[in-house]
Design a protein around this ligand. Structure first.
Ligand SMILES: Nc1nc2c(ncn2[C@@H]2O[C@H](COP(=O)(O)OP(=O)(O)OP(=O)(O)O)[C@@H](O)[C@H]2O)c(=O)[nH]1
Length: 204
């Protein structure tokens, strides 16, 4: 049997060509693959990380950005524990489309999901079209965490996935403590639990 305590599902979304596949490959394989073709439908990779001595498995779903796959990719939102919405800092249209993606998240994702806005290709300093402070303000307005990354230069990629794993692990632990507390003290109320969407976690 595999040795891990929690399993979390992380889903990447965003326009075609922003670098979702490269971010996943960089994190899971340490590679920046040349000539990466467009994703067809969805793809997934697994990575196991250690958070405060606990093994956490991340199931990372890489969705196709192309419009024609939208109905397939939408079905992956619902069970996501974390959603990473990616745009390309050197491509204004990929930023302009964010409200449409957020609309999809509101429609299809769980209300408990944690959400990150990620500006990828931060290495393209001379081609930058979206200043970081504009994106950061937008993320704050949408109640999303914000990071700029470069899959090419391996900048902030590990940090992104580890932050997510850490936050989800903390939520899962809080949930365990709360459910132990509520059964022990006979409070009887299920709504003492701050999170309720960890059905995919081992041990729940
Ligand atoms: N300069 C630079 N290029 C990048 C970076 N990440 C990805 N790219 C390039 O951007 C292009 C698209 O990358 P993908 O990872 O295939 O993009 P995607 O978002 O998965 O695209 P779809 O699968 O069509 O949704 C490729 O040519 C990559 O080499 C980055 O951090 N910096």
């Amino acid at each position: 049997m595999e040795d891990y305590k929690y399993l979390f599902k992380v889903v990447l979304i965003g326009n075609a060509g922003v670098g979702k596949t490269c971010l996943v490959r960089r994190f899971t394989q340490g590679l920046f693959p040349p000539g990466q073709g467009a994703t067809i439908g969805v793809d997934f990779m697994i990575s196991t990380v250690e958070i405060d001595g606990v093994k956490v498995k991340l199931q990372i779903w890489d969705t196709a950005g192309q419009e024609r796959f939208r109905s397939i990719t939408q079905s992956y939102y619902r069970s996501a524990n974390a959603l990473i919405l990616v745009y390309d800092i050197s491509c204004q249209p990929s930023f302009d489309c964010l409200p449409q993606w957020i609309n999809e998240m509101d429609m299809y994702a769980s209300t408990k999901v944690i959400t990150y806005l990620v500006g990828n290709k931060s290495d393209r300093v001379n081609q930058r079209e979206i200043p970081a402070h504009i994106a950061e303000r937008f993320a704050q307005q949408q109640d999303m965490r914000f990071l700029e990354t470069s899959a090419k230069e391996a900048d902030n990629v590990k940090r992104l996935f580890l932050e997510i794993a850490k936050e989800l692990t903390q939520q899962a632990r809080d949930n365990e403590i709360c459910s132990q507390y509520s059964s022990a003290s006979d409070l009887g109320a299920t709504d003492t639990s701050p999170v309720g969407n960890f059905s995919c976690c081992k041990g729940f």
